[in-house]
Design a protein around this ligand. Structure first.
Ligand code: HEM
Length: 413
């Protein structure tokens, strides 16, 4: 951190013995805009997630196609269509997990409760009502997520020689079993949705409009890229959806647990809980407000609180990792030579706790981003030519070169 905060690159040790160089914040934009023939994040992902040792038949290129073309279109553009179902499921899972009795106290395992709420809601968004309330499937999927998570984390931390293949072989057995079991639930659903999308295409009927879940939308997007998908399309999509569920749910459970703990342990002096409750009451006045995409855009204090939690409790300590590809190595913007094979990255955790970027960085200041947004809006009020004017730059998930909780650039999530 001492080198990063004086704007200098530095070498960090790693349990894998992989040479890694952390870059200062001023190089984030440079790092994220280098072509993949120079700096490759795919090469790092394959090594770091132990892809070679895991039971996935998906090659990284086809996963990238899925993420870029299909997920990008279906999840981001179709979010408005998914919102009513999402709220319905949040309400259902919150009520059944936390209870509706407001008179008596009950002990709750917060992380377990968040896992139940997010697994239910995530599966409703991805697969619709039939799977999200199927208790056996949810159990099997959770076990897949746990083993897949443990495998990628552990394998990625081990030296690549003897230990990695041995751990890979042992962990891939339960991962494969739970993946196959999860696929046995998801693939029939994918096939059924593929058929109904085809029927709708042929008779221009209205039945697909009833199903807005992510699978249906992805199938519509995937049809445009059919030529690029080889083999059994339903198997390809089922496997991709499971990897997406794995990538999305474990991170969201961890982030949501941290957000709740931060809110509940905030100093009573700042009346955070009361402020957030008042904001929610002023926005969600009727049932229709819960369904409206406009509502969530009017919660600046809630956005700021989530963003502050993610700033303070980053899920990754190092991010934006990329491997140097050219044989001759590369030169950093300050002229430092870095040899081929080295990983370059950014110390996300240290950066987001740097006093130069965030005054009183070690303090939990939930409304920090609301204040920044107000200042920025005031400064921009006169500058009509500024393309960022009026945009909510501090939405909880809006990446910037100082806020990498959802990564940055092409791989931002
Ligand atoms: C608060 C919740 C979340 C956080 C903090 C988060 C954070 C991140 C970060 C930091 C990365 C980059 C990882 C890397 O360096 O390799 C990432 C990648 C990814 N995330 Fe999330 N994520 C969240 C929720 C989700 C959700 C809900 C989904 C989808 C349902 C999702 C899907 C993905 C995917 C597919 C990638 C890989 C992107 C790529 O490789 O280009 N994430 N996420």
């Amino acid at each position: 951190m001492q080198y990063g905060s004086i704007d200098r690159p530095y070498v960090v040790p790693d349990t894998t013995f992989q040479p890694q160089v952390m870059l200062p914040q001023k190089y984030v934009k440079w790092l994220s805009t280098q072509p993949k023939s120079v700096l490759s994040s795919e090469a790092v992902r394959i090594e770091r997630n132990g892809v070679k040792y895991l039971p996935t038949s998906l090659d990284p290129e086809s996963s990238l196609l899925f993420i870029d073309k299909i997920v990008g279109q279906s999840l981001s553009q179709g979010l408005d269509l998914i919102q009513p179902d999402m709220y319905d499921e949040i309400r259902h899972t919150v009520d059944s997990t936390l209870g509706t009795d407001v008179c008596s106290w009950r002990v709750i395992d917060l992380s377990q409760a968040m896992s139940t709420i997010i697994d239910g809601t995530g599966n409703r968004v991805l697969f619709g009502l039939s799977l999200c309330r199927n208790v056996t499937y949810l159990r099997v999927l959770r076990l897949f997520i746990i083993f897949m998570g443990a495998s990628t984390l552990l394998i990625g931390q081990l030296p690549p020689w003897v230990l990695r293949p041995v751990a890979g072989a042992l962990l891939s057995i339960p991962t494969l079993i739970f993946k196959k079991l999860s696929v046995s639930y998801v693939q029939p659903l994918v096939k059924e949705r593929m058929q109904s999308v085809n029927v709708d295409d042929n008779d221009q009927g209205s039945s697909s409009r009833k199903s807005h879940d992510f699978v249906t939308q992805s199938i519509k997007s995937a049809k445009k890229f059919r030529k690029s998908i080889e083999g059994d399309v339903s198997m390809y999509l089922a496997e991709q959806f499971l990897i997406l569920a794995f990538a999305g749910m474990a991170t969201t459970v961890a982030a949501a647990t941290n957000v709740c703990l931060d809110i509940l342990s905030a100093s009573p002096r700042i009346k955070l809980y009361e402020t957030l409750r008042l904001e929610a009451v002023s926005v969600f006045k009727s049932e229709a407000d819960w369904m409206s995409p406009a509502s969530i855009k009017n919660l600046p204090n809630t956005d700021s609180t989530i963003r502050e939690s993610l700033r303070k409790n980053t899920l990754q300590s190092r991010g934006l990792l990329k491997k140097v590809m050219p044989k001759e190595g590369i030169l950093l913007p300050d002229g430092t030579h870095v040899p081929q094979g080295t990983w370059l990255g950014v110390p996300v955790q240290a950066m987001q706790q740097d006093e130069k970027l965030y005054p009183q960085a070690y303090e939990y200041d939930p409304l920090r981003f609301t204040r920044l947004q107000i200042t920025m809006n005031t400064e921009e009020a006169g500058s009509k030519d500024d393309p960022s004017a009026g945009k909510n730059l501090f939405d909880a998930a809006q990446p910037s070169d100082k806020y990498l909780s959802f990564s940055y650039g092409r791989s931002a999530w």
